[in-house]
Design a protein around this ligand. Sequence first.
Ligand SMILES: Nc1ncnc2c1ncn2[C@@H]1O[C@H](COP(=O)(O)OP(=O)(O)O)[C@@H](O)[C@H]1O
Ligand SMILES: [Mg+2]
Length: 471
Amino acid sequence: MLRRSPFFYKVFLLLLLVCGVFSPFSAVAASKNFLKAFSSYKSSLTTIFPNDSVIPNSVFEGACQFPKGKIKSVKESLEKAFGHIIVSQKTVENIFKAVKYLSEFRSHFFNNNESIYVYNRPGFFAFDFQVYIDGTVFIHLGEKDPKKAHGGFKEFSRSLRLEDNKLFGSLRFSLSDKNKVEDLKEELKIMRAMEKVPHNLGFDYFGIYEVSSTDKEKYYEGIFQTELYQSTLEKYTITKTSIKDLMTLLLQAAKAVENFHKKGYAHMDIKQDNFLVNSFGMGKYNLTLADYGLSEKASLTPTINSLLGTRAYKDPYFCELERIDTQHKLGFGDKKNADIFSLGMVFYGMMFYNHELKDLNLRLNVEARTKFKGFYETHCDEIDLEKLIKLERKWIEERNEGIAKNYIAYSKAHAIFLKKIEQHKKNSDIMYNSTPEELKKLILKMISPIPEERPSVRRVIHVLTGFMKRL
Ligand SMILES: Nc1ncnc2c1ncn2[C@@H]1O[C@H](COP(=O)(O)OP(=O)(O)O)[C@@H](O)[C@H]1O
Ligand SMILES: [Mg+2]
C-alpha cells in the first residue's frame, strides 16, 4: 500500500531529466503546515526513496565494515520478533551500508528537515527502513510482522530501532483527503498532550510522505512510532484471567479514562481494542488508553448527535436522542458520560459470561447509524420528487420505530439483569459468581440506558479501589 504507482515513477524520472536536479520532493503546503505544528518533535517530512539509482548497487559490493557483533545482534533481534523466519546476515549488512551511504550523501539529495523512507529492495535487503533527521533508523517489520494488526483507520506493525535493537509500535495511515490530514493532526496533538499522562499514549517519532501523485492531487501517508505493548485488553476475560488480575486492569482502565477527561477530552471510541496492555507477570500490568482518532475537545461547540464509533460500545441514548430530538446538541458532559457507558461495556465484556446487552446495543446502533443507508440505492429509479419525499418520510418513520423498539428491548433486558443482581438470585449463567455483587451492580449502572443513572468515573475508581483492598 505504500508503493507509488508506476505512473509516478515515470513522472519522477522525467522530472529528474528535465530539471537536471534531484528536487521532486517538494511538499504541499498542507504537509508543511502539518509539520510546523510539531516542530519541537523529532518529526519530519519523510521522503520516499522511489528508485534504485539513488543508492547505486555498487554500495552493496565489497566487504562489510561494520562490527560483526552489531550485525549479529540486529539479525537476532529481527529473528526473535518474527518467531521462526531466518533473517539473512546480508539483509542486515546491506541496510547498514545503505544507511551509511545516505548519511554521507543525504545533502546531495535531501533537505535537512526531511527524513528518508527506503523501500525494501529484493535481492539486497528485505525490509523497508526509515532514517529520521536526527539519524535514528527504524527497520520496519511491516507486512511480514506476525503481530500486525489494524483498526478502522491505522495499520499497526513493529519496527526495530537500530541503535539499541528496541522494538517500537509503528502506526501507518493514509491521508488521501484534506479532512483526514486535519483528523490526524488533531489525533497527534492529543497524543502529544497525553505524553506524560499516566495510562495514556504519546508518540516518539513521526513522518509524513507523498506516496502517489496525479496532476491534480497528491496523496500522503504517515507513520508514527510509539511505545510497544504486548496485546490489547481483548485478551483478558473472566474465562482466562483471575479476578485479581482483572481488577487491576479495570482500575487502570478507569484511571486512564479519568486522566483523559481531566485533560479536557472525551474519547468517543472506548473499547477493548483501544486499550493496550503489557503484562510483567505476578499480577503486574501496565495498561494504556490509545487511539484518539475520534476524541473531542471540551471546548468544541456542542454538536448534533454523532453516531460515529464502534457500534456495540456506543451510548444507546445517543440513538434515542437522534430519534426524539434531532436538534439536540451533545456537549462535553454528554460525551464524557458516553465514555462511561463504553467503559462499562468493556468491563461487561470482560466480567460477564452472557453478552446479551452488548448484542442488543449493537443491534440498536446498527439500526440508528445512518439515516438513509440503502434508501437511495433502493429508490434510485424514482423520478417523481413528491413521491420520493413521501418514501423518504416513510423510510425514516420505519427506522425510528426500529430505534424505539430496540431501545426498549435494551432497557428491558438491562432492568432484568439489574433486578437479578439486586435480588442476589443465582446468576452464574450471566456472571462469574465470585465477582463481588457490588462490582456487578457498578458495571450494570455504567451501562444504564439512562445517562443520569451512570456513576462518575471517580465513583468507579473509588468502588474498584475498595475491592482491590479487600482482595
Ligand atoms: N503501541 C502499540 N502496541 C501494540 N499494539 C498496538 C499499538 N498501537 C496499536 N496497536 C494495535 O493496532 C490496532 C490499531 O491501532 P489504533 O490506534 O486503535 O488504530 P485505529 O484508529 O485504526 O483503530 C490496535 O487495536 C492494536 O491491536
Ligand atoms: Mg482503534
